[in-house]
Design a protein around this ligand. Structure first.
Ligand SMILES: [Zn+2]
Length: 476
């Protein structure tokens, strides 16, 4: 009898040890994890559906981000930077105007328990490399408004002449009236509702033209934004389209964006850290950006490692940069898919934000990321619970350089050097050129002062044998 009890106890202990080991292992799998994700069915599921989750087509331009936060208002805008001046100028102006408009709207509200949030993302299409169509789409949500506001804006440009396209150039001036009627009939919109803005949001895609009718203006507000689609052949049968990318015989070929098919790599070149010397973790959020490669060059020149908390939606088109981060021994952290304030999202939406990004990171680098920095540092019990379920830990910071506000290399330098201390985690953003400028002097000076520049996981490994899933860490 005693033997049986002892045997059962041994079995139970084995079982418990197995569970414990599994829970503890996950957050540490962020580095050098060469395992296949088959052990992680959730990651597998997100990997399988990656193209679906990404959703948006991005055939033209490279994603850039505009991030801002203050007590009343947080902003996360993902927009394209293209080779066309005309397009970049128009998009920049629209972003600035949109931010200013909702900033004014937020200023009218009394103090809010949760900051108002402006979120915008984009899709872009190429029409046989001749024209491009870009649609910015987002929402503005604030507790002082009954419902979130839908935001939509389209841009179309001719690539060879670097100029924005007008609808009448394509449809023909004389055809505008009948085109308006066609759209109204197709959408079921009353003639009297049609005003001068009715056709503002038209978009060239790979297969045809889409016209978005904003929420509530031409249709009932419960219908949301309504989109009417015509393929090019159909439009050509009505009008003689003047589009370089569209031959009059057939629809354009579907463009497939460049796929970077470099095989996944493992993070390597882990540095040796002397436990008797001070350590410090420089962290860079909101990338990868156009400035990230230069930052990597600076680290390569002076030595030291950093942690990059990346946005999943910015990886497409910058796969090489992400692979370089990993290959050069830096750490990749997760900063959500498109910079949403996680504390305003549902449990499932938080899971999506984290797992979509983890799937994208795994897809490009083969690394299972175990650390998340929530956008704006926003954290609550629901976020914590999701972290526990997913086996990931959260990492904020102990020193905020406010680099996004100062946009001044000198100020960033002073901020870091005067607050540097053993075990600190320093918050910077590699989407600002001035921050990368600052690193030209910050990195050599910190090294000269005897600091070892380590990744977040290296820093943590000195004080914590494992990172607890769901827990928030601020410094060593
Ligand atoms: Zn951020």
């Amino acid at each position: 009898m005693k033997k049986t009890v002892a045997f059962l106890l041994v079995i139970l202990l084995f079982f418990l040890f197995g569970c414990f080991n599994k829970i503890q292992k996950q957050p540490h799998s962020s580095r050098q994890n060469a395992e296949s994700p088959t052990s992680d069915s959730l990651l597998n599921e997100y990997l399988r559906n990656l193209s679906e989750y990404e959703g948006t087509v991005r055939e033209y331009g490279k994603a850039a981000s505009y991030i801002h936060m203050d007590e009343k208002f947080v902003i996360g805008i993902i927009y394209p930077k293209t080779d066309l001046n005309s397009l970049n100028t128009a998009i920049d102006r629209w972003v600035n105007e949109t931010v200013a408009m909702y900033k004014a709207e937020t200023d009218t509200a009394k103090s809010l328990a949760t900051p108002a949030e402006l979120t915008v993302s984009y899709e872009s299409y190429l029409i046989n490399n001749k024209e491009t169509g870009i649609r910015m789409k987002g929402t503005f949500a604030s507790l002082h408004l009954a419902h979130p506001v839908s935001i939509i804006k389209t841009f179309n440009a001719d690539i060879a002449s670097d100029s924005l396209l007008k609808l009448e150039q394509i449809i023909g001036n004389d055809n505008l009236e009948s085109f308006r009627t066609l759209v109204a009939d197709t959408a079921g919109v009353e003639q009297q509702a049609i005003d001068s803005e009715f056709l503002d949001n038209w978009l060239l895609t790979g297969t045809g033209m889409e016209i978005s009718l904003p929420q509530g203006k031409y249709t009932a507000s419960y219908e949301g934004t309504k989109t009417i689609t015509f393929d090019y052949a159909e439009l050509n049968s009505h009008f003689n389209l003047s589009l370089n990318g569209v031959s009059h015989e057939d629809s354009p070929d579907n463009q497939t964006p460049d796929q970077n098919s470099t095989p996944p790599q493992n993070q390597s070149s882990q540095q040796t850290v002397d436990p008797n010397k001070p350590i410090l973790a420089l962290t860079f959020d909101d990338g990868p950006s156009v400035h990230t490669e230069r930052l990597l060059d600076i680290f390569q020149g002076h030595g030291g490692k950093a942690t990059f908390f990346v946005l999943g939606s910015l990886i497409e088109g910058r796969e090489g940069t992400l692979q370089r981060i990993a290959n050069e021994g830096h750490e990749i952290g997760n900063h959500s898919w498109n910079h949403r304030q996680l504390t305003t999202l549902s449990h499932n939406e938080i899971t999506d934000q984290i797992m979509m990004t983890n799937a994208k990171i795994y897809d490009v680098t083969g690394i299972e990321c175990g650390i998340v920095r929530p956008p704006y540092g926003s954290f609550d019990e629901t976020v914590q619970l999701v972290g526990q379920e997913l086996g990931i830990a959260f990492v904020n910071w102990s020193v905020d350089t406010l680099d996004w506000e100062s946009k001044d290399a000198e100020a960033v330098h002073t901020e870091i050097i005067s607050n540097a201390k053993n075990g600190a985690i320093i918050l910077c953003h590699d989407l600002h050129e001035t921050t990368v400028d600052a690193m030209e002097t910050v990195i050599p000076q910190l090294l000269a002062e005897g600091y070892q520049l380590v990744t977040v996981s290296e820093l943590m490994s000195f004080s914590h044998s494992t990172l607890e899933p769901g827990k928030m860490y601020y410094c060593q």
